[in-house]
Design a protein around this ligand. Structure first.
Ligand code: PLP
Length: 395
């Protein structure tokens, strides 16, 4: 019996368990203090009404002989793939329905897509980074190298000839930094990938937060991306599907490596190892793209966007460097007073009763930074921003 020993090489993740432990200890010691959590990465608003209606209707259909759905197409129902195709077309990005694969969320596909690639490939991930990219590759035995991000490059690492890799991860808008690439910056990555035969895995889970003109929402806005990129996206943040589970992956027809077509290979993989997303969930996801669905969803996104503005404004008023917050639900701030990430965590809890996430938990380059999120309640977020401002001003 041989186990996959690579699992023993994965770093233990103490980030959120340590945060929770510290908060519980603080609450126990100060039961009178109200703590506001700006650390959560989960959405809080309920599903939109058109989504709920679509769910109810699909459930009722399933109880009738005519409307019952058994196994569906593994790659997703055409009604949802066509709706996603149109969602891209509205912003001038042409993708075909058979380049779209419906999944139960971005996290699964980010891991599963790696099955297309050999284990002796080198992988380039940004630092700081959504930790899953690293763990997915370490557990498969791939070598991981890092593209360092910092204040000097606005937390948007650019291609570096000394750091060539077979697989390149790009997350834009980024978790944890909220930084967003422009199409011109992505073009540099696309040219680099095409020149080196690399494949870019573009995580667009937060694309719906991009409102500023001139910022990219999809890698396929960039010429040349169809021969080097796969885009992975999700309904989690656009429509609050973190518990409902639905996402999609775009694999262009032109993408080929070593004589293998990646779209055909992914189709083969999915039809072999996956049996599709529930019909009722796909109906709910399709409702996101209806006129009524999109109107309510934009309203919800505006709620989070306003929270992000409130936090960003408070930081601006106390002269703290930050990025994100404009096209992202994440605000990535520099810890004031030269504090390291965990010292600032403790200090902020003690002095403002506000909880965030220490940047060091997202990689070595996150040290000295701190992530705040806009997914909370608006009143509580205002209160937290006010408290932070007062506490930082007193430093
Ligand atoms: N990608 C990024 C960058 C994320 O932050 C998350 C979740 O927080 C995911 C992917 C996972 O999304 P899903 O809920 O679709 O699995």
């Amino acid at each position: 019996m041989k186990m996959n020993r690579h699992y023993t090489e994965m770093a233990q993740s103490y980030l959120f368990s340590t945060v929770n432990k510290k908060v519980s200890e603080f609450s126990a010691a100060h039961p009178e203090r109200e703590i506001i959590r700006l650390g959560i990465g989960d959405v809080t608003l309920p599903l939109a009404k058109p989504v709920i209606q679509a769910l109810h209707q699909a459930v009722d259909e399933m109880g009738t002989a005519e409307g019952f759905h058994g196994y569906g197409p593994e790659q997703g129902y055409p009604f949802l793939k066509d709706a996603i195709r149109d969602y891209y077309a509205e912003r001038g990005v042409q993708v075909a329905s058979d380049e779209i694969f419906i999944s139960d969320g971005a996290k699964s596909d980010l891991a599963n897509i790696l099955g297309l690639f050999g284990e002796d490939n080198t992988v380039l991930v940004p630092d700081p980074v959504y930790p899953t990219y690293v763990d997915d590759n370490i557990s498969d035995g791939r070598r991981v190298i890092y593209a360092q991000a910092g204040e000097e490059n606005g937390f948007l690492p650019m291609p570096d000839e000394s750091k060539k890799a077979d697989i390149i991860y790009i997350c834009s808008p980024s978790n944890p930094t909220g930084a967003v690439y422009t199409p011109a910056q992505l073009k540099e990555w696309v040219d680099f990938a095409n020149a080196n035969g690399s494949v870019i895995l573009f995580d667009a889970a937060y694309e719906c937060f991009v409102t500023e003109p001139g910022k990219a929402r999809s890698i396929f806005e960039v010429e040349g991306a169809r021969t080097c990129a796969i885009e992975i996206c999700s309904f989690s943040k656009i429509a609050g599907f973190t518990g409902t589970r639905c996402g999609y992956t775009l694999v262009p027809m032109e993408l080929e490596r070593e004589g293998m077509n990646l779209n055909k290979t992914w189709l083969r993989r999915q039809t072999t190892k996956f049996n599709g997303v529930p019909y009722i969930v796909q109906r709910a996801a399709a409702a996101v793209f209806t006129k009524e669905g999109m109107a309510e969803i934009q309203h919800n996104l505006d709620y989070y966007r306003q929270n992000a503005r409130v936090i960003a404004q408070a930081l601006e008023e106390c002269g703290v460097w930050y990025c994100g917050g404009k096209n992202s639900p994440y605000i990535w701030m520099k810890c004031p007073g030269g504090m390291d990430s965990w010292t600032f965590f403790d200090w902020l809890l003690e002095n403002a009763g506000v909880v965030g996430t220490p940047g060091a938990g997202f990689g070595a380059c996150g040290e000295g930074f701190f992530r705040l999120t806009a997914f909370g309640n608006a009143e509580k977020t205002k209160e937290a921003a006010q408290r932070m401002k007062q506490a930082i001003a007193s430093l």
